[in-house]
Design a protein around this ligand. Sequence first.
Ligand code: ZN
Length: 101
Amino acid sequence: MPSPSYCGICGAPIRWTITEGRKRLAVDAQPHPDGNTAVSRDGRGTWLSRRPTEELPLAPFEKLHMPHVATCTGRQSSEPAARCLGVISLDERRSARGGRR
Ligand SMILES: [Zn+2]
């Protein structure tokens, strides 16, 4: 059994998973009925996560978890999401301008 991990920001128990894109994604350790990430375990004990789709809905061996970034409490007050949105819209503006020229 892998030892439990804890979020370095809020201290909540989390589970590190590997996404289909081979990236590390921290999800809440406990399954969540409103979660949008299907978490399963492969034959080597690695936790895998993916987004359920209409073509590949949640399988019986998968459980829904929340990505921890969605529930992390240590971050929301000091780092509002608006800052991230501002960066995204700046990028979009830049690429839109470049596309017109
Ligand atoms: Zn956290």
